[in-house]
Every structure is written in structure tokens, then in C-alpha cells.
Ligand binder design. Structure first.
Ligand SMILES: NC(=O)C1=CN([C@@H]2O[C@H](COP(=O)(O)OP(=O)(O)OC[C@H]3O[C@@H](n4cnc5c(N)ncnc54)[C@H](O)[C@@H]3O)[C@@H](O)[C@H]2O)C=CC1
Ligand SMILES: O=C(O)CCC(=O)C(=O)O
Length: 419
């Protein structure tokens, strides 16, 4: 991770700014400037060819002030401690913005999952789970999917944890398959929440959604689902991309066809074709002249080097940390509206919360109930952040941090953590 774009420093810079604008003293929030717990583990795996490879895994618990720590697990070659620390802190702020009773955590294993067989992936997941098991639990820390992890990986985590405990514990993880206690709507929840965030913004600004052009970077769980739902809702998706390629079509891409193609092609878009489609680069996608840009891949995509070329008027951050602090300030000066990650992509953790509640009650909810409650929570959070944005004259990102930080600090004070 380059020092210039260290995501943890990025998080701290915004946090300090939010604290200053709330009139907090350093004593009020100093404990939130560093995680409560950082665990680094070795994950030995016997590979299919008989070699033993040792991967490095992380689980960081940033805060348990408002409830059990909550956050996804990422398998990625660039995963490192600072990235996981930043992702864990963003979970604390995200859960506080949408006002669900969780703290924040995140996990990662530094590996390239595309180079692992299914049995290597399963063995690595099981060993990683065993190594972080002492700090997991439904009341302690509850993982979920993130980049390159999915319902199957969550099922292996649930099984490993349950085997150690001697009884089945569905609530130790969310984003599981339905058959073992997963929730209806969780797979689509982050993308659906991104759509609600955009709709809430357009409604607040009095703008029409019909025909608005959208470019989406990342076509996985979040970007792929957001593309499908937005197209069904009248938006024109003119560009999509993933790690293999980026595609542009002025009249709008057929997202259903592209999704089917990616499902049959190891979840990659490379080679997808339809009349009028052009291959572009991921860099070009970010700079397209569209109404809405949705980064839904990794951190630090919009930075000093390209921020002045960004032409979208609205950015909805589906990814965590896609914009650096410096780039964010330039976007604000240019009048670009950025719906920040901790608000825009909170739909996933909200439905994870619903899954956890269902598991704890051994009861299941129907999908309409889940989606309508998600919509209500996203709208309330958006309105609260918008109000601070207007009242204090700050960006939506600072407003979201201010809402979140105020809630976490208040909880700390009520619990008597501060002098
Ligand atoms: N899965 C979830 O519920 C949530 C995920 N997020 C965030 O959303 C983002 C995406 O996560 P998922 O969709 O779950 O992961 P995923 O693994 O399902 O999909 C990631 C997508 O990004 C693409 N990608 C990777 N590197 C890229 C690059 N350099 N340029 C362009 N595309 C690239 C991949 O090919 C893939 O299409 C991450 O920032 C994650 O932390 C945020 C909230 C919840
Ligand atoms: O669903 C969850 O618990 C967390 C998802 C996640 O990792 C995120 O929101 O970044």
C-alpha cells in the first residue's frame, strides 16, 4: 500500500475534520483513532501439488462500543494491515450512520483466489477461521462477504466455527446460503442500497431518474447487482467494468445479457460483445461524461492524478474508500456531489443485521419485509446526513462522519468510558 494513498490515514484525516467540526476535544475520540484489536495470523495450506503455502490473514476490530463488531472478509493479493484497519473503521462509521447496533471490524487474507483451486480455497478459509476463532462469535464479531468472498465462503466459516463449538451457530456469520440460515435479499442488499441512495439524492435535488446515464466500475456482488437494479429502474447503464476489461455503449448496455455472460465466464466480462459496444480502459470509464459514476471495485480509484478529468456530476461510492481525501476536496470545489461509502453502501450491513436478528430468533422474514425495511433505514440515514450537510455547510462525507462520530462518542460517554 503506497504511503501517499494509505486508506487508514485517509480515514483519520476525515475523522479529525469531523471531530473538529463537532467541537470534540481529542480526549473525546482519541480511542477511536486506533482499533481496539488487531490480529495477524499465519494461514498454512497444503496445496494440491503437496507444497505447503503460508498465507497472512488479518482480523481487525475497530470498535465494539455500539455492539458486536461487524464487517466483511476480503481475499485479495493487496490486502494488508492498513487496508483492513481502514475497512474496519469505516464499518464502525457505517453501522452508526444507519443506526444499527454494531461496532466495526474487517478481515482479509493476502492471497490471489483466482490461482486457488476450490479445495485450496476451502482449506484456506477453514484455517483462517480457526486462527481468528477466539475473537469471533455472534455477540463478539460477525464476519460477512467482501471482495472475492461469497455465500459459499461464509458457509465454510459457519461450519468451522460450529465444529469448534460443538453445535450449530448460524449467527456467527452473515451472507450465508439461504439453506443454512442466510437471509432473503442479502445477496442483492448492497447494490439495492446503492440504488436507494441514488434515488434519495435525486428526489432531494428534485431531479428525474429516467434516462440518467450511469458508469459503474466493478461488476461483482455490488456493482453487478446495482447495474441490474438501476437498469430496471429506468437508468441507462452506458459503461461497466471489472478487473478484466471495461465496456462502453452510448445507448446503454444490456445488463441482463452481460450478467449471464459473466456468470458463465468465471465472473469476468472479458470477451462480452453486443452491437455497438466498445472496449475502453478502466481509467477511461472513470472519466466518462455521464450523469452518475459508481465506483464499485477497490480503494483509491479517484485520486489527484485523475480527479480533474472526472466529468460525472454525481458520484455514488459503492466501494469502500474509492476517493482519496485530496481528490474529495477537489470534487467538492468542482461542485460534484459525492454520496460517501459509509452511507451509500450500507445496505449490505443493514440486511446482514436483519439476517443476524433472524438467526438469533430462529425465525425468517419475507423478502418484501426485508426490502421495505432496508429502504426505510436508507432513507432515514440519507435525510439525517443531508440535514447536517445543509445545516453545517459541509460535504455529504463530512456530514455522514459527523452523524456517526456523534453517535459513537455519545454511546462511549453513556457507558462511562471517558473521564
Ligand atoms: N459485498 C458487500 O456486501 C459489500 C461490499 N462493499 C465494497 O464494494 C466493493 C466491491 O465489493 P464486492 O462487489 O463485494 O466484491 P466482488 O469480489 O464481488 O467484486 C469486485 C469487482 O471489482 C472488480 N475489480 C477488481 N479490481 C478491479 C480494478 N482494478 N478495476 C476494475 N474492477 C476491478 C472485480 O473484477 C469484480 O467485478 C468493495 O470496495 C467492497 O469493500 C461494500 C459494502 C458491502
Ligand atoms: O454485511 C456486513 O456485515 C458487512 C459488509 C461489508 O463488509 C461492508 O459493508 O463493507
Amino acid at each position: 500500500m503506497s504511503e501517499k494513498y494509505n486508506p487508514y490515514q485517509n480515514m483519520l484525516d476525515v475523522l479529525d475534520d469531523a471531530a473538529m467540526r463537532l467541537g470534540l476535544s481529542i480526549n473525546d475520540y482519541i480511542t477511536l483513532r486506533q482499533p481496539e484489536r488487531e490480529l495477524i495470523v499465519s494461514v498454512p495450506v497444503v496445496m494440491d501439488d503437496g507444497r505447503t503455502e503460508v498465507f497472512t490473514g488479518y482480523r481487525v476490530q475497530h470498535s465494539s462500543t455500539r455492539g458486536p463488531c461487524k464487517g466483511g472478509i476480503r481475499f485479495h493479493p493487496a490486502s494488508d494491515l492498513d487496508e483492513v484497519k481502514a475497512l474496519a473503521a469505516w464499518m464502525t462509521w457505517k453501522c452508526a450512520v444507519v443506526n444499527i447496533p454494531y461496532g466495526g471490524a474487517k478481515g482479509g487474507v493476502r492471497c490471489d483466489p483466482s490461482k486457488l483451486s476450490q479445495s485450496e480455497l476451502k482449506n484456506m478459509t477453514r484455517r483462517y477461521t480457526a486462527m481468528i476463532l477466539p475473537i469471533l462469535g455472534p455477540e463478539q464479531d460477525v464476519p460477512a462477504p467482501d471482495v472475492n468472498t461469497d455465500a459459499q465462503v461464509m458457509a465454510w466459516i459457519m461450519d468451522t466455527y460450529s465444529t469448534f463449538k460443538g453445535h450449530v451457530v448460524p449467527a456467527v456469520v452473515t451472507g450465508k446460503p439461504l439453506e443454512i440460515g442466510g437471509s432473503l435479499g442479502r445477496r442483492e442488499a448492497t447494490g439495492r442500497g446503492v440504488m436507494f441512495s441514488l434515488l434519495n439524492l435525486l428526489e432531494t435535488l428534485g431531479l428525474e431518474k429516467q434516462g440518467k446515464t450511469v458508469a459503474i466500475q466493478g461488476f461483482g456482488n455490488v456493482g453487478g447487482v446495482a447495474a441490474q437494479l438501476l437498469q430496471k429502474n429506468g437508468f441507462k447503464i452506458v459503461a461497466i467494468s471489472d478487473a478484466s476489461c471495461a465496456l462502453y455503449k452510448q445507448d446503454g448496455i444490456d445488463i441482463e445479457a452481460a450478467t449471464r455472460y459473466a456468470e458463465d465466464n468465471k465472473r469476468l466480462l472479458v470477451g462480452y460483445n453486443e452491437a455497438g459496444i466498445e472496449v475502453i480502459t478502466n481509467e477511461e470509464l472513470l472519466e466518462l461524461n455521464v450523469d452518475v459514476l459508481i465506483p464499485a471495485a477497490l480503494e483509491n480509484q479517484i485520486k489527484e492524478e485523475n480527479v480533474n478529468n472526472i466529468r460525472a456530476k454525481i458520484i455514488v461510492e459503492a466501494a469502500n474508500g474509492p476517493t482519496t481525501k485530496q481528490a474529495d476536496e477537489i470534487l467538492e470545489k468542482k461542485g460534484v456531489i459525492v454520496v460517501p461509502d459509509i452511507l451509500a453502501n450500507a445496505g449490505g450491513v443493514v440486511v446482514s443485521y436483519f439476517e443476524w436478528v433472524q438467526n438469533e430468533q430462529s425465525f425468517t422474514w419475507d423478502e418484501d419485509y426485508i426490502n421495505s425495511n432496508l429502504e426505510k433505514i436508507m432513507k432515514k440515514a440519507f435525510d439525517e446526513v443531508w440535514q447536517v450537510h445543509v445545516d453545517k455547510g459541509v460535504s455529504l462525507r463530512l456530514a455522514a462522519y459527523m452523524v456517526a462520530l456523534e453517535r459513537v462518542v455519545k454511546t462511549k460517554k453513556l457507558r462511562g468510558v471517558f473521564p
